[in-house]
Structure formats: C-alpha cells, structure tokens
Ligand binder design. Structure first.
Ligand code: PSU
Ligand code: MN
Length: 315
C-alpha cells in the first residue's frame, strides 16, 4: 500500500528523524472555507504547526497518489481548482484510479494519516449525525472512521447543523473516547458550549498523550476525539449562529440537497447569513486546534516508557 503514498520532502525528512508530525485535512480548504481565505488559512495552519515545533502534513489526492504533505503549488491547486472531489472513505478508490484532484475529509485524512504512520490530526469540526437522521440516515462516515482508525483528532466539537446529542451517543456506542481540552462541555464549533457534558476532561497535554498511548497498547482499533473550544475572543453569539443554521437547513431541505453535498452547502450558507463572521471564527478555531495538535504530537514523542500510564498499559 505504501506505493499509493507520496511524501513531501519536509514530511519524509521528519519521518526519518522521528520528529512530531501533525496531519491537516483538505476538505476544509477546498469545500469548507470561501476563497481566498481558504488558501491563506491552509498556509497559516502549516505555519502555526511549525512554530509550535512540529511538522505539518496537509493531505490530499493528486494524480492518483495520496499526498502526505503538499508543496506551495499543490496547496494552491487544492484551494483554487474547480471540481476538486470531496473524498471520504468510500470515495478514495475512485478518486485515485480516475486521477482526479481530491480533498480529504476527516475520515479520508484519518485513513491516509494512519497509512503514513501519523498519530495526530487537526481539523475544524467533525461530521456527525445530522438533524433528522432518523428519516434520511445521514450519519457522517467520520464517526465510523473514528471507531476503526487509530488517529487522535483535535477539533472544536461539531456544528449544531448536526444533532449533537445523537452524535455523542454514536461516539459512545462505537467506543470513541471524547476528551474535553480544559473544558467540561462538548464545544459547538462557533460557540464554546453546547450544554452537553464531555465524558472526560483533560488539562494537561502529557496526560492526554498517555491516554492515547494506553489506548494503543490496549490494542483498540479506533481513534480519539479531542475537543478544544473556540478561543473566547473569537466565539460567536449563539443566537446569531442558531438563526443562520436554521435558515441554512431550511434552504437545503427546499433545494433537495443530499448526500455529500449537504455539509458544504450548509457551511456556505452560514457564511452568507453571518456576513462572513463565521469565517473568522472558523479560522480562529482551526488555528487553535493546529497548535494544540502540535503540542500533543510533541508530548507523544516525549513520552517515556517508565511513565505510570505506560507501565500499566504494557503489562
Ligand atoms: N464540519 C465543519 N467544516 C468542515 C467539515 C465538517 O465544520 O469543513 C468537513 C470535514 O472535512 C468533514 C466533512 O470530515 O465536512 C464531513 O462531511 P459529511 O458530513 O458529508 O461526512
Ligand atoms: Mn452525510
């Protein structure tokens, strides 16, 4: 399978030296943020990971290869080309054989990152159980991926375009640890709180790394979700966002949007309805997640075998 992967020189060197690497997704860039902020953000995310002392690996599909780390031209292509495919698990084979440019979702990025030996991934929000899923069965493949692929995903929770209580229920059923970073509540992307409790809270990055290491040594197949609330200064008022989401859901239903188009459609509509304020918030939270992911990747590298959590797990 390794021959499906192409590493950028920067990521290849980091792997050879055992330096901490943070995976970054590309659907957020191609389909989640409007131009030109998307490309600026893609670059800024890589910069913040480097500043924090780790190596960024933005992941996308190009020319029939899974690219782990993009150069400047490739990053620009993913951000500006028309017809970039949104690639989740089920889309990967077709995207590769048809040699189409593809932007990987949370699920797609987790698969690629795991193949590349990367353990930590930063994004904005995950996909989840959509409102009304009891009727249309719209449940993101991201949840299934978290259940089966061992990557730590750092995100700002999920938008309330989703049904957040149902999303948390599915994560529990599938045995995915959800860890609140310095919070007791599951964050709602643009807002710091959702009124829903997280099962675990963690205030220390080394403890979080230990938890991931224990999970690995237990032989659990799946990943973890680390939820990091949007920085307070960037959070949006709940009324503003709820009104925008309401409107977006209505318009999507009327227009008969379905399948993989639902999430990008809702995101674009929310940008319009908030006069772009949602974009500033989105950029701020994903930057904060990238920084935390870098700290976590560094803490994972620095874990020592004789640490208490590690010893217990080894027996
Ligand atoms: N949620 C966001 N912004 C995003 C996405 C989700 O707040 O850009 C993207 C991610 O790439 C996620 C995907 O993996 O949408 C989920 O799509 P779907 O709901 O079709 O599974
Ligand atoms: Mn869906």
């Amino acid at each position: 399978m390794q021959n499906l992967l192409t590493f950028s020189p920067e990521v290849a060197a980091a792997r050879a030296d055992g330096r901490p690497i943070v995976a970054l997704e590309s659907t957020l860039i191609a389909h989640g943020l409007p131009r030109p902020r998307n490309l600026e953000t893609a670059r800024a995310l890589e910069a913040v990971v480097r500043e924090a002392g780790a190596v960024p690996a933005t992941i996308a599909i190009m020319h029939g290869r899974i690219r782990i780390g993009l150069d400047a031209d490739q990053l620009e292509e993913i951000a500006t080309a028309d017809g970039v495919m949104k690639v989740s698990r089920r889309d990967l084979p077709a995207c590769i054989v048809q040699q189409r440019p593809g932007a990987t979702t949370v699920a797609g990025t987790m698969i690629a990152a795991h193949m590349a030996g990367i353990r930590v991934f930063a994004t904005g929000g995950i996909g989840g159980v959509h409102r009304g899923a009891e009727r249309d069965f719209d449940v993101s493949a991201d949840l299934e991926e978290l259940a089966q692929t061992p990557i730590a995903v750092v995100c700002a929770g999920a938008k309330s375009i989703l049904d957040l209580p149902k999303t948390l229920e599915v994560l529990e059923t599938k045995g995915v640890p959800v860890c609140g970073w310095r919070t007791d509540e599951f964050p709602a992307f643009y807002c710091r709180s959702s009124g829903l409790a997280v099962p675990f809270r963690c205030d220390d990055v080394t403890q979080m790394a230990r938890g991931l290491e224990v999970q690995r040594r237990l032989g659990f197949p799946g990943g973890s979700l680390i939820v990091n609330p949007i920085p307070a200064a960037a959070a949006l008022p709940e009324e503003l966002i709820e009104a925008a989401i309401h409107d977006a859901l209505e318009v999507a239903a009327r227009a008969g949007i379905g399948g993989k188009d639902v999430t990008p459609f809702l995101l674009a509509r929310i940008v319009e309805r908030t006069d772009g304020r949602s974009v500033d918030a989105n950029v701020a939270l994903v930057m904060s997640n990238a920084r935390l992911a870098a700290e976590l990747a560094i803490a994972l590298r620095d874990l020592r075998d004789d640490e208490p959590g590690a010893q217990i797990a080894a027996k």
